[in-house]
Design a protein around this ligand. Structure first.
Ligand code: ATP
Length: 378
């Protein structure tokens, strides 16, 4: 019930060397969480991002206490919640966290009011009087913008409305930590966008820390104060959205976060922070984004929006000759699909710039915008 102050020494959540292995029916095993450590500070919204099966949900459920890991330590503030070495495993209802699920998990034949009141009534029987409960429920319904739905049954609501009720239920206990498991993936695009904005402002206003699971990279960028990118049960990068976007730790992160063009090649020279890469499209020079050395097999990568297009051959070192395959007007920008030596490259230019198919163009990429990362085997 008590929010930590920013001066408190302990993070809201600390996860240390967490591990969880599942045994499948056929006897094989999968490391759903593989030696994961991270902290969530007051005011943080940490997004767990990764493709299906990378372990996001298992990690979140372990923090909530709904899953029992094999090893590691989970603490909230100065209280240990899970530590097999110390014989500690606090049950979910006593961890003081709230959770919002993809499926809403509301009681369909209860009103919004009763659904939201439930955590207050089940957690502290007799602790709060009716008037106090009603006040808090109404405040929570007000916060999520649906005070008028108080007496509606959940079954009679739209997906977006149900998710607002679920959010109100998560906020009503005023917990320092709220966990979100893909809460917006069942609502339509417009409502999803609106709920993201509201979630962010609520989080800032109320000051709770949050962990938010998604496989949607643009959602992760919009919401996260930090993004933990997961691959096969491991955190492969934990950084701000800007850093993950501009300095992806490896080829996996670069490909997963946003669109990336990529040409494979071999490093022929390095100089300070730059590397020269021999590719079958010619020599490209870029910024070293990971440990690479001469002779290494690498990927030279760049974003569609960081290249420029011209009809005259540029003098820049990194230039590729191509032909327009399609020109897709997106509204604020136009995406050019360009064929370069048989492969497809995407370049995004601002505004309406539809080019005739078949036009010959030059693509230019600055050294700073070309990222050289170790190539991971497919
Ligand atoms: P999704 O987005 O599809 O939910 P995820 O990233 O949340 O994926 P998890 O659901 O955490 O991934 O699953 C991680 C791995 O653990 C997967 O390989 C999954 O098949 C496996 N797994 C999860 N739960 C169990 C279980 N109860 N029994 C066996 N294997 C499981």
């Amino acid at each position: 019930d008590v929010l930590p102050t920013s001066e408190s020494a302990d993070p809201v959540v600390r996860v240390e060397h967490l591990a969880k292995r599942f045994r499948r029916r056929d006897g094989s095993t999968v490391d759903a969480i593989d030696d994961v450590s991270f902290d969530v500070q007051a005011g943080d919204l940490v997004v767990l991002l990764g493709p299906s099966g990378c372990g996001k949900t298992t990690l979140l459920r372990s923090i909530a206490g709904l899953e029992t890991p094999d090893d590691g330590v989970i603490s909230f503030g100065d209280r240990v919640q899970f530590s097999p070495a110390e014989g500690i495993n606090v049950p979910p209802e006593r961890r003081g966290v709230s959770m919002v699920f993809q499926s809403y998990a509301l009681w369909p034949h209860m009103t919004a009011f009763r659904n939201v009141a439930y955590p207050l009534e089940s957690r502290g029987p007799g602790r709060r009087n009716k008037a106090e409960t009603a006040k808090r429920v109404r405040r929570a319904l007000g916060l999520v913008g649906i005070p008028e739905l108080e007496q509606q049954y959940a079954a009679q609501m739209s997906g977006g409305q149900q998710q607002r009720v679920a959010l109100a239920r998560a906020l009503v206990s005023n917990d320092a930590l709220v966990l979100f498991d893909e809460p917006l993936s069942n609502v339509d695009a417009k409502v999803r966008e609106q709920l993201r904005v509201e979630l962010l402002s609520l989080q800032r206003e109320l000051g709770f820390a949050a962990i938010f699971v998604t496989h949607d990279q643009s959602e992760a960028m919009q919401l996260g104060t930090r993004i933990a990118v997961l691959n096969k049960g491991r955190i492969v990068q934990l950084a701000s959205p800007l850093e993950v976007y501009t300095k992806p730790a490896n080829q996996y992160v670069a490909k997963f976060v946003g669109t990336m063009n990529e040409v494979l090649g071999t490093v022929t020279a390095t100089k300070g922070e730059t590397a020269e890469v021999k590719t079958d499209l010619g020599v490209l020079t870029g910024r070293i984004g990971g440990g690479v050395d001469i002779g290494d097999h690498v990927a030279a990568m760049w974003r569609p929006e960081s290249a420029t297009l011209s009809t005259d051959e540029p003098v820049a070192a990194n230039r590729l000759a191509g032909r327009v395959k399609a020109s897709l007007f997106l509204g604020a920008a136009t995406e050019q699909v360009i064929t370069v030596d048989g492969r497809e490259v995407r370049v995004q230019v601002p505004g309406a710039a539809v080019l005739p198919g078949g036009s010959d163009v030059w693509i230019e990429i600055s050294e700073a915008d070309l990222l050289v990362l170790p190539a991971e085997d497919a």
